[in-house]
Design a protein around this ligand. Structure first.
Ligand SMILES: *[C@@H]1O[C@H](CO)[C@@H](O)[C@H](O)[C@H]1NC(C)=O
Ligand SMILES: *[C@@H]1O[C@H](CO)[C@@H](O)[C@H](O)[C@H]1NC(C)=O
Length: 272
């Protein structure tokens, strides 16, 4: 069997086995993998476009930013594919396999994180704490999960409203470039990783992190034009239910809300 084909089959089989664990998703995973085999949303990016405002790039290239910048990674590409097919599950399933071990392992020690505005969340993700902080700060853990995951129209409405609000909050909203996205994410991730490494169970983030989380959301709006679309749920909404299914499968119980934060899992880590 040619190596490429072997890799595709092995990946499919691994993904399929994983889906079985959660009692759902095989067809969806297959559809996602089929889509990933196409060349949609995977074209090379003109180097100058990484430092041009994304809004300008999108109109210049006549394409959705998520799709145009798809070759930078699945975070962008699978959102672009979801938007094209109006099927959010393409994106939802992108990180399913990876997040479970990150959130359920013995390394997932909890930190209570306080923000400058007085809000407090619990973080368990030591790998990409940015995702969690970003969902929390922007209020996306409070959305109705079934609507967010299954109703494209609803998600577009939520995204559009969020983007309008962010347009007022984020000063350079209309001039965000791809390189700004990376710079902000690197800074935010560095701040959070340092906090997560602290020996204290309670940590405090300064105003920069709060500003960055709004900026982070605004970058998703830039990619999606009026509809950020993937802003409202990568890791925000689906994960709680996935973890619940995973825990139930392994004979464990966990009380998790609709769009539960990963941090909502308050059980001692040894019970996971
Ligand atoms: C989907 O969302 C739209 C917009 O919020 C709403 O009008 C519609 O009733 C929803 N559809 C379903 C099946 O819930
Ligand atoms: C917040 O902390 C980071 C590093 O931890 C620092 O680079 C930044 O300047 C601080 N921001 C403010 C407003 O103090």
């Amino acid at each position: 069997m040619p190596l490429m084909l072997f890799m595709v089959v092995a990946r499919w089989a691994a993904a399929r086995a994983q889906a079985g664990v959660y009692h759902e998703g095989v067809d969806l995973l297959q559809r996602r993998l089929d889509l990933e085999q196409t060349n949609l949303c995977n074209s090379p990016i003109a180097p100058e476009d990484t430092i041009r405002p994304i809004e300008e790039v999108a109109s210049l290239r006549g394409e959705d930013g998520w799709c145009y910048f798809g070759s930078t990674g699945l975070w962008a590409r699978n959102c672009g594919l979801s938007r094209r097919s109006k099927n959010m599950m393409v994106f939802v399933l992108t990180y399913e396999v990876g997040y479970i071990p990150v959130l359920a392992g013995p390394w997932a020690t909890e930190k209570a994180l306080f923000f400058e505005d007085g809000r407090r969340m619990t973080l368990r993700d030591h790998d990409m704490p940015l995702d969690d902080a970003y969902c929390f700060v922007n209020g996306w853990y409070n959305l109705p999960r079934a609507q967010v995951v299954k109703n494209f129209t609803f998600l577009e409405e939520v995204s559009e409203a969020a983007c309008k609000d962010l347009e007022k909050k984020v000063p350079n909203y209309h001039s965000i470039t791809l390189s700004d996205i990376y710079a902000e994410a690197d800074q935010s991730q560095a701040i959070l990783v340092e906090l997560m490494a602290s020996s204290s169970p309670v940590v405090y983030a300064n105003q920069t992190l709060l500003d960055n989380m709004y900026f982070h959301a605004a970058t998703k709006c830039a990619l999606g034009g009026r509809f950020g679309f993937c802003i409202a749920w990568p890791g925000c909404c689906w994960l709680g239910q996935r973890l619940q299914a995973f825990l139930a499968h392994s004979g464990k119980q966990a009380k998790i809300g609709q769009c539960a934060a990963r941090g909502v899992l308050r059980r001692p880590r040894s019970s996971l």
